[in-house]
Design a protein around this ligand. Structure first.
Ligand SMILES: [Zn+2]
Length: 282
């Protein structure tokens, strides 16, 4: 089974995770830039983080045979902090980088006016740079949040076929599918979607434009949830081709809209800016 995890925060994960993911079939992933769990106090912290998503993290992933791409954005939560909003002005210099395959994660957290501004500005940046957008849907007030999100996308210059709506569930999938956007589902250990609920959604809605991710990060999460969904699909009677569509071809098609996916990873280099994952102990 070949797996592309379209949403996972490897910065928060260990080399054991990379090893286990490779063994489970993960050969490619996208790491969206997001909220680190505590507030950043200046744009410079974002820039160091973006540079890590473009340099150090792909270097780590390559040591384990996994192709690493990222999405860059000011996340919805920190869009509310005036100390962070100048990040918006600096985004164009990151969005031209080769391994940036979308603008994201953008969207709503608490649906504030500051979030409106950041969402609209970043959908425009995606349109300007020929990139698709990864749009996170709110964890609270899910359906109202989704309606508002889709309205803002429709008013933007980015066509819905270039948008992936993420963190969907049974209550939001219908409206999301009607919008023409791609459909993302995050599978978590004990909240939100699990693998059996995911299989039920796939039975009802089919496999077209559906992407499944682990969204693994610094919280309780499981970087092997993609594989577990593949196994659950097979156990429920889906074919290997169905599994390949959801876990590989759909994410390749969506992020391929950037024109920048590079799935053959070059022979990993031993050093990144003079440092190795062996911390000098070679
Ligand atoms: Zn995320």
């Amino acid at each position: 089974m070949r797996i592309f995890d379209p949403h996972i925060h490897m910065t928060s994960r260990t080399t054991d995770d990379y090893e286990a993911m490779y063994a489970a079939g993960v050969r490619a992933l996208v790491e969206p830039s997001f909220w680190l769990g505590q507030p950043r106090t200046s744009p410079a912290s974002f820039f160091d983080y973006f540079d890590a998503l473009l340099g150090w993290e792909p270097f780590r992933a390559a040591q384990y045979g996994i192709a690493h791409h990222c999405t860059i954005a000011l996340n919805p939560k920190e869009a509310n902090d005036p100390r962070c909003t100048p990040v918006l002005d600096a985004l164009p210099r990151y969005l031209v980088k080769d391994s940036v395959v979308a603008v994201g994660e953008i969207g709503y957290d608490s649906m504030t006016p500051a979030e409106d501004t950041a969402l609209a500005a970043q959908l425009q940046l995606a349109a300007d740079h020929g990139l698709p957008a990864l749009v996170h849907t709110p964890h609270r007030d899910k359906l109202a949040g989704l309606h508002r999100t889709v309205d803002v996308i429709r008013e933007s210059n980015l066509p819905t076929e270039r948008v992936l709506l993420d963190h969907l569930n049974e209550t939001t999938v219908k409206h999301a599918a009607d919008s023409g956007c791609w459909l993302g589902f995050s599978i978590y250990p004990d909240t939100k979607m699990d693998e059996d609920r995911m299989v039920a959604v796939l039975r009802e809605h089919g496999t077209e434009k559906v992407l499944v991710n682990s969204a693994a990060d610094w919280g309780r999460s499981d970087p092997l949830k993609t594989r577990k969904v593949g196994d659950a699909m097979l156990a429920a009677g889906f074919t290997e081709d169905d599994v390949d569509q959801v876990l590989w071809r759909n994410p390749v098609a969506f992020y391929g809209l950037s024109g920048r996916l590079q799935l053959d990873i070059p022979e990993p280099e031993g050093l990144h800016e003079g440092n190795s994952i062996l911390r000098g102990g070679e």
